[in-house]
Design a protein around this ligand. Structure first.
Ligand code: 9GP
Length: 776
């Protein structure tokens, strides 16, 4: 680093560590690419608008099996390794589960020596930093690049021109697109190191640069300096921030441009790498699979067809067939607002050639399937439907949990499932045990290794060998100590970072995830108020002390959940300062939940809140991380909860609430919310307290809208599930009062989490979707 060790600051050490670890990975990195090229291996290209990799350095050290030696080397230098890595920014290049899943899958692909590239955008600013002011969420820019990105390599030699706008015309029987502008996509590569370091893949993130000619020199010379740079500014804006709000036309234009920019650069790169070793484009499916992570990269089909037809002279039908063989699509949501649709006019303006291809694909579906395709429309009511487009351009479409996939087949794409039965399949999500156990919970990881030996890191099913130990009081005690250690670590961190005191002896009851009405943080906080009221009514009873921990951000424009954030903080302010209940109930909501915070919270949790309205959470992955770290789940029959419960056993899972089918039926009943509230005295008491301004005395009517909504609408069925949730929470208390019983349940959860490893999920993708054989 050009600094004398005695004068080096923590940042210098961190940069030095990043370069050292990258260098340690470089031989494998080059070897993996060389073997893929020379042996003609098929490789996976995972296109995602979001990646949430978390801090990179400690993970890299673990996967290179160097963590202990790195730490010892720092000791020799008189530097604390933990301090060095604690300063590393956590790149927030995603919103939540979707981006974190992409990161887990990349890590598993590298561990399984599955040749792969992750492709995404290198947002200069990631998801906003969350602060609270008067309990309200305030968003600030997230500057993750201020001290560089030392673990990655910029590749100035790898850049592609991405065309936008202009016109298409039919000349000499062919189609010519004369784009108005071209932006440059510049590559930045981060090594993705498999466990053991034997295989290293690449996460390639694109940043947008203007082509050199974008500065309007005439305007500049005339003194219009800002006007001259207009197009240039537009170019740079493209990779400036993650997901701008899409409620304005400008926002929509920017978002669609980002999606096209990511897909075009990535697909060009895929073709470029193919053509380095091969000539016959008809063999593309033997060498490349492209996975679309949600509909965001759904332009991959039209873009691949465009490149094959317009630049390589392939016929349209052949190109379309090739695209289908190469592409796969993962659906991550049933929420209508998240299934993208783009106005035809906008598409024509930005991507006229793609629109033409989509129209032709639509005609093709009808020509092939005749009247069976009457319900299939890629374009409808002036909108291009990206979900439909992704399905018809893919050979496989998958949901992310058994229940979700069933709903995708039955409710979302029934008309498409009927056309090509078998195209839709399920691959339940998974998480990497390297980050979510080895890195996040070293004490538990060590206990597991002492008990069953090493090897579980890459064969998580081996955790089953822990099960007989669930009867051994010595083991249970040791297991309890690991939870205690994690709680103390969390307490220190909360104190140092946020000045928050954590009573470590209490039951830690945690709900961390994005804020959304369907995730029902509201149900959780309403129950917390009810608990407070009941403690006050009967202070002498034997209450299990609880700390309710919340974490998560709300989309800046989602006012309904911003109210819920404020309510949680308002309730916290009142309850936490109540001397009568303080020792038995506390609310903690540290701001700016991210991967790093998850690594601290999850190992310390006793209870994992997975309480979405059934049928609405596609899978969840937090649910898996908690159970792997020995937290018990209180949850509905939703997403992967269903499979987690099957694995760990109904007796080791606190189930409550309406099922997905019951949810649909209940919504049909007029006045269901009012009826549910009238039947529940505890819920009435809670709503009354909130409506009277108990938690907002300076503005008593602050939550009247929220309370009204619960009485009169309650789409997410908070009221309907309230009493069942309460009964289930009482069971939680009962079980917790018997520490040995609780520990046994927790150990059983850990022992049965093997099938939620992302290695299992990735193997499934390799076999059923990508057609990539396992490494020898
Ligand atoms: O909401 C789902 C979440 O349930 C799932 O675990 C995650 C990964 O599959 O994807 C989320 N979906 C999105 O973020 C947007 O579709």
């Amino acid at each position: 680093m050009g600094v004398e060790p005695s004068r080096a600051q923590l940042l210098d050490w961190r940069l030095a560590l990043a370069h050292t670890l990258r260098e340690q990975a470089t031989d494998s990195w080059l070897d993996s690419a060389r073997r893929t090229r020379e042996d003609g291996l098929k490789s996976v290209n995972y296109l995602s608008m979001e990646f949430l990799p978390g801090r990179l350095l400690e993970d890299a050290a673990i996967n290179l099996r160097l963590r202990d030696s790195v730490s010892a080397s720092f000791d020799d230098l008189g530097v604390n390794f933990a301090d060095v890595v604690a300063g590393e920014p956590d790149p927030a290049l995603g919103n939540g589960g979707l981006g974190r899943l992409a990161a887990c899958y990349l890590e598993s692909m590298a561990t399984l020596a599955c040749p792969a590239h992750g492709y995404g955008l290198r947002y200069e600013r990631g998801l906003f930093r969350q602060h609270f002011e008067d309990g309200r969420q305030v968003e600030r820019p997230d500057e993750w690049l201020t001290s560089g990105d030392p673990f990655s390599l910029s590749r100035p030699a790898t850049a592609y021109a991405v065309p936008f706008g202009g016109e298409v015309s039919d000349d000499d029987g062919g189609t010519a697109w004369r784009p108005e502008t071209r932006l440059v996509a510049a590559a930045h590569d981060t090594p993705v190191i498999g466990y053991g370091g034997g295989w290293v893949n690449t996460l390639r993130l694109w940043s947008a640069l203007p082509a050199a000619d974008l500065l309007d020199l005439d305007r500049f010379s005339a003194g219009d300096f800002f006007g001259a740079a207009e197009t240039e500014t537009w170019a740079r804006t493209l990779s400036r921030v993650l997901y701008p709000t899409d409620t304005t036309d400008l926002g929509r234009r920017l978002r669609l441009s980002q999606e096209h920019f990511l897909t075009s650069a990535s697909v060009q790169d895929v073709l470029h790498r193919f053509l380095e070793t091969q000539q016959d484009l008809r063999r593309l499916p033997e060498h490349a699979a492209i996975q679309m992570n949600d509909t965001h990269p759904a332009l991959a089909g039209p873009e691949l067809i465009r490149l094959l037809v317009d630049e390589h002279g392939v016929g349209f039908d052949t190109a379309a067939d090739l695209a289908v063989q190469v592409l796969g699509y993962t659906n991550h949501t049933l929420l209508p607002e998240a299934l993208e649709m783009w106005p035809v006019d906008l598409m024509r303006h930005l991507l006229p050639r793609h629109l033409q291809i989509i129209e032709r694909l639509d005609q093709r579906v009808h020509a092939v399937h005749g009247s069976a395709a009457d319900d299939v429309h890629l374009i409808e009511h002036g909108q291009v439907k990206m979900g439909e487009l992704a399905v018809v351009t893919s050979h496989r479409v998958n949901g992310v949990s058994a229940l979700h996939t069933d709903l995708v087949r039955r409710n979302l794409f029934p008309h498409l499932e009927a056309l090509t039965p078998g195209r839709i399949l399920n691959v339940t999500n998974g998480i990497t045990p390297r980050r979510w156990l080895a890195l996040a919970n070293p004490a538990l990881a060590d206990l597991v290794t002492e008990t069953i030996g090493p090897g579980w890191e890459t064969d998580l099913d081996r955790l089953r060998e822990l099960e007989p130990h669930a009867e051994d009081p010595n083991f249970l005690e040791a297991f309890g100590r690991t939870k205690h250690l994690a709680k103390h670590r969390l307490a220190t961190w909360l104190d140092e970072e946020h000045g928050i005191e954590l009573p470590v002896e209490a039951l830690l009851d945690v709900q961390v995830k994005r804020l959304h009405e369907y995730k029902r943080q509201l149900l959780n906080i309403l129950w917390t108020v009810s608990r407070w009221q009941r403690i006050k009514a009967d202070p002498g009873a034997d209450w299990v002390p609880r700390v309710k921990i919340f974490g998560g951000k709300a989309a800046p424009s989602y006012t309904a959940v911003k109210d819920i954030i404020r309510l949680i903080n308002d309730v916290g302010a009142v309850i936490n300062s109540d001397p009568e209940t303080r020792e038995r109930l506390r609310i903690i909501y540290p701001p700016n939940y991210n991967v790093t915070m998850a690594e601290k919270l999850i190992p310390a949790a006793d209870l994992s809140e997975q309480i979405s309205t059934a049928g609405m959470e596609a899978s969840g992955t937090g649910n898996m991380k908690f159970a792997l770290n020995g937290a018990l789940t209180i949850g509905t029959l939703d997403g992967a909860n269903v499979e987690i419960r099957e694995e760990v056993g109904a007796e080791n899972f606190f189930l409550f609430g309406l099922t997905a089918d019951e949810v649909l039926a209940r919504r049909e009943q007029p006045g269901h919310a009012r009826a549910a509230i009238e039947q529940s005295q505890p819920l009435q008491d809670v709503l009354q307290a909130i409506a009277e301004g108990t938690f907002s005395p300076e503005e008593p009517a602050r939550y009247s809208g929220l309370v009204d909504h619960l009485w009169n609408s309650d789409w997410f069925l908070v009221a309907s599930d309230f009493d069942a949730y309460n009964s289930s929470q009482e069971l939680v208390d009962m079980s917790y009062r018997d520490p040995l019983r609780w520990q046994r349940m927790a150990v059983t959860n850990v022992a049965r989490m093997g099938s939620f490893s992302s290695d299992r999920a990735v193997r499934h993708y390799m076999r059923e979707i990508w057609n990539v054989p396992p490494a020898q």
